[in-house]
Design a protein around this ligand. Structure first.
Ligand SMILES: *[C@@H]1O[C@H](CO)[C@@H](O)[C@H](O)[C@H]1NC(C)=O
Ligand SMILES: *[C@@H]1O[C@H](CO)[C@@H](O)[C@H](O)[C@H]1NC(C)=O
Ligand SMILES: *[C@@H]1O[C@H](CO)[C@@H](O)[C@H](O)[C@H]1NC(C)=O
Ligand SMILES: *[C@@H]1O[C@H](CO)[C@@H](O)[C@H](O)[C@H]1NC(C)=O
Length: 517
């Protein structure tokens, strides 16, 4: 009797001990350090003080993903090697002077599902046809992340083909995972196409993320999910190994909870890449000595000239805007912090810009997409599909009938009909160039602006046309609790100024709050 009791008692003890150990690593409540909402700098400090390590961090995020992803559908795949990578990072930290390690060393990162990783993860742009395809190598930005010691935690979900499949497809939906959900208000638009990156950052499924943008895909989901998104000047970050839409417009950038986190990620991923030679070479002249963290300045708004337009449908703070009052309050704050607001600006040659956004851009993108995506698919080591034509055929044959009936694939089909860059495409491209020069650039230069502001991510449509950079910062929540942001756009290479402005605005308002989970 007694010995049996002892044995039972002992195993009970063991069980309790294991339970408390695992609840320690899963819930994080007994951590010496609160991981939820922790920034990159917080985590590095905690690493140094042995209050948390990368393995515990990865365990916690995986637990969060297991708990929340069935609802949010923000993560397509978790890296089966993430814990091993974390152990390696912990080991390296023990053996290295921590001052020599990158700020991203040992930090978990989720990358959008159209950014190649040469590991056990699929790279599929959310498309079922690309499941099981084998990429030749890590994307240029992933190489830089790994070199800095960051841990690739997994792939974030996205609007399939970055919304370039069909007009009828909702933001954040893809064949592989279904519909992603806004963590603030489940019925609200989660936006796209870097939907999973924005949701994952917002809901603390990871420390930092990467998204990509052709026309709004970083700024817009950042706006909708109350996080910070930086859309870099095209070429500042390498697009090698990124499933393309257009080499003229595509760019890779961070989506994070704070401006500083986003800038620390930007510092790691910018720069020359021989596999995206021309664009990264041209843009590398914009990278300042010492990179971008130096522009996280408390007084960054001082003397900045910020443009405001009204009464236009592209970027206007119009009278019927529900959130206008909140924006007007922010304008006051910006002025109080030393910015000069240049109000009621009129964009020169506005019709040119409008025409490009609503007409010419799509003509160019369709043709560029076919060329660029066929090159990408042709380069894969293995793939069920080798061309856009194959993808369309695959969708017809294999995708479940309900999905293809519901959302179709009209954009893919229209892109397939294009025949390279012909007369019409050249005319569209010339119109876009003219709209950029005589519209946006004229506005910025004639008024000596450091940034043009827009409600939400509206400025993204203009920024897309010319490869210009932009940053979205959380700016509040409407009466239903739906987030909205404020975006700042600038001329090529103006990241230093945009970062000063965005950081200054964020620090003056500190309005972001985590979603109600
Ligand atoms: C120090 O860290 C780097 C990664 O930043 C790693 O390559 C190297 O192996 C580490 N050194 C030791 C002794 O662990
Ligand atoms: C990648 O896709 C294949 C084929 O669908 C699947 O078997 C595998 O589990 C996926 N990899 C991961 C890490 O989820
Ligand atoms: C993936 O990456 C590029 C890079 O910007 C993005 O613009 C594009 O929309 C995405 N492409 C696809 C086909 O998903
Ligand atoms: C280019 O602009 C001209 C003049 O505004 C317009 O007539 C023409 O339709 C445009 N073409 C394309 C392809 O955008």
């Amino acid at each position: 009797m007694g010995s049996c009791y002892t044995i039972i008692f002992l195993s009970l003890c063991t069980l309790l001990f294991i339970a408390s150990r695992s609840s320690r690593s899963v819930e994080g409540s007994l951590f010496l350090f609160p991981v939820k909402e922790a920034s990159v700098s917080d985590l590095q400090a905690a690493f140094r003080q042995n209050r948390v390590n990368s393995r515990q961090l990865v365990e916690l995020y995986i637990a969060n993903i297991q708990k929340l992803n069935p609802v949010l559908k923000a993560v397509i795949e978790v890296n089966p090697d993430a814990l091993d990578l974390a152990d390696k990072a912990d080991e390296q930290r023990k053996n290295n002077k921590t001052s020599l390690l990158s700020l991203l060393h040992g930090i978990p990162v989720l990358v959008k599902d159209n950014i190649s990783t040469k590991d056990k993860l699929n790279t599929s742009a959310g498309c079922c046809a690309l499941r099981g395809s084998v990429v030749p190598q890590d994307a240029g930005v992933v190489k830089k992340l790994r070199k800095a010691g960051a841990i690739i935690l997994g792939k974030a979900s996205m609007t399939e083909w970055a919304a370039f499949r069909s007009d009828a497809m909702p933001n954040g939906w893809n064949c592989r995972l279904g519909q992603a959900v806004n963590p603030y208000v489940a019925s609200a638009d989660p936006s796209g196409s870097s939907t999973g990156s924005a949701i994952s950052a917002a809901a603390n499924l990871v420390t930092v993320t990467l998204g990509t943008e052709t026309a709004g895909s970083i700024l817009s989901p950042s706006n909708a999910n109350s996080v910070v998104g930086i859309k870099p000047t095209v070429g500042l970050t390498s697009r090698a190994g990124v499933v393309p839409i257009s080499h003229r417009q595509d760019t890779v950038g961070p989506i994070c909870r704070t401006v500083s986190d986003a800038v620390h990620v930007l510092d790691v991923i910018v720069g020359y890449d021989p596999d995206d030679k021309q664009a990264t070479n041209e843009a590398s002249m914009y990278i300042p000595h010492g990179r971008y963290a130096q522009f996280l300045k408390a007084d960054g708004l001082k003397g900045k000239r910020l443009g405001i337009t009204r009464n236009n449908d592209l970027v206007g703070f119009n009278d019927d805007l529900e959130t206008l009052k909140a924006y007007e309050q922010h304008f006051t704050t910006l002025r109080q912090r030393g910015a000069e607001l240049v109000d009621n600006l009129v964009i020169p040659n506005f019709e040119l810009l409008e025409h490009s956004v609503f007409y010419a851009e799509y003509i160019a993108l369709k043709a560029e997409f076919k060329i660029d995506v066929n090159a990408y698919l042709g380069n894969l080591v293995e793939s069920p599909v080798r061309s856009l034509e194959d993808v369309i055929a695959y969708n017809k044959k294999n995708a479940d009938a309900e999905m293809i009936e519901k959302y179709g694939q009209n954009i893919l089909v229209e892109a397939e009909k294009t025949r390279g860059i012909g007369r019409l495409e050249r005319e569209a491209l010339a119109n876009i160039t003219k709209a950029c020069k005589d519209g946006f650039e004229k506005l910025m230069k004639h008024n000596n602006l450091d940034a043009l502001m827009s409600p939400g991510s509206d400025v993204a449509s203009i920024l897309a046309l010319g490869g210009y950079p932009g940053i979205n910062v959380p700016a509040g929540y409407d009466k239903n609790g739906i987030p909205f942001g404020l975006s700042f756009g600038g001329l090529k290479g103006s990241e230093p100024k945009l970062i000063e402005v965005a950081y200054g605005f964020e620090q003056a308002t500190m309005i972001r709050k985590p979603p109600p989970f």
